[in-house]
Design a protein around this ligand. Structure first.
Ligand code: DX5
Ligand code: ZN
Length: 216
C-alpha cells in the first residue's frame, strides 16, 4: 500500500493558542507534526527553538518531524532529539559534513532526513541516498509559509523515486511548501509519501476536515 502521510506545519498555527492547535492536530487524521526551525541566517526569517519545541512535545501525540533551516545543524541536532524530535531533517546546502551529521542523528536514536532547496539537483544525493530515512523536497524557497508551489517539484519527485529504487533505499519522499487541496492528490500520485501543509490547513474554517480531505 502506498504511504500517504500528512504533516501539518505548526508555523501556521496560532501561537497564542498553541496548546489548543496541538490538541486539534491530535484529534485529526494528521500523521506527523512538522516543526520549522529557522535561524535568520540560512533563511531570511526566524521562527522558534527549544522552548516551543518542548511545549509541542509535552502536548503532541503524533510523530514529531523537525525541519532545520539553520546553518551548522550538527551543533543542534542532539538537543532537538532530546527535546522530542522523532525525525530531524537537515539541508544539503547547510551541512558541510552531511554523512557525519546523518549518522549522528541516527546514532542518537532519531530518523534522519536530507532536504533539498528548489534549485538543488536530486542527483547530488547519489552517495547519501542509501543512508537517509527521508528526502524532503522543498517546493517553495524555504523561509515562509503561504508561498506558491513550484511546479518543477513533480520532476524532482520522479528523479528521487528513481534514485531510491536504483539504490535499494527505503527513504520516504516528503514535499514541503504550497501544498493544498488542489495539488495534494496529484503529489501523492506522483510519488510523494508525506505532504507538509501549513497555510492550507490553518487558514481554513475547519482544519481537521481539511487534513482529512488532503489524504483523499
Ligand atoms: C517553509 C517551511 C514550510 C512551511 C509550509 O520554509 O519549511 O514547512 O511551513 O507552509 P505552507 O504549507 O503554507 O507553504
Ligand atoms: Zn518545513
Amino acid at each position: 500500500m502506498k504511504t500517504k502521510l500528512i504533516a501539518p506545519s505548526l508555523l501556521s498555527a496560532d501561537f497564542g493558542n498553541l496548546e489548543r492547535d496541538i490538541h486539534m492536530l491530535n484529534r485529526s487524521q494528521a500523521d506527523w507534526l512538522h516543526i520549522d526551525v529557522m535561524d535568520g541566517r540560512f533563511v531570511p526569517n526566524i521562527s522558534f527553538g527549544f522552548p516551543v519545541m518542548k511545549t509541542v512535545k509535552q502536548h503532541a501525540q503524533k510523530f514529531i518531524d523537525v525541519h532545520l533551516m539553520i546553518v551548522e545543524p550538527e551543533k543542534y541536532v542532539e538537543e532537538f532529539i532530546n527535546a522530542g524530535a522523532d525525525l530531524v531533517s537537515i539541508h544539503y546546502e547547510a551541512c558541510t559534513h552531511l554523512h557525519r551529521t546523518i549518522n549522528l542523528i541516527q546514532d542518537k536514536g532519531a530518523k534522519a532526513g536530507v532536504v533539498l532547496n528548489p534549485s538543488t539537483p536530486v542527483l547530488l544525493l547519489e552517495d547519501i541516498i542509501s543512508e537517509v530515512d527521508l528526502v524532503l523536497l522543498m517546493s517553495v524557497n524555504p523561509g515562509f509559509g503561504g508561498q506558491k508551489f513550484i511546479e518543477n517539484t513533480y520532476k524532482k519527485i520522479a528523479e528521487t523515486r528513481d534514485l531510491i529504487l536504483s539504490n535499494n533505499s527505503t527513504a520516504l519522499i516528503e514535499v514541503d511548501g504550497g501544498v493544498n487541496l488542489e495539488n495534494a492528490a496529484k503529489l501523492f500520485e506522483a510519488g510523494a509519501d508525506v505532504l507538509v501543509a501549513g497555510n492550507a490547513v490553518f487558514s481554513t474554517e475547519n482544519p481537521e476536515k481539511t487534513i482529512e480531505l488532503l489524504k483523499i
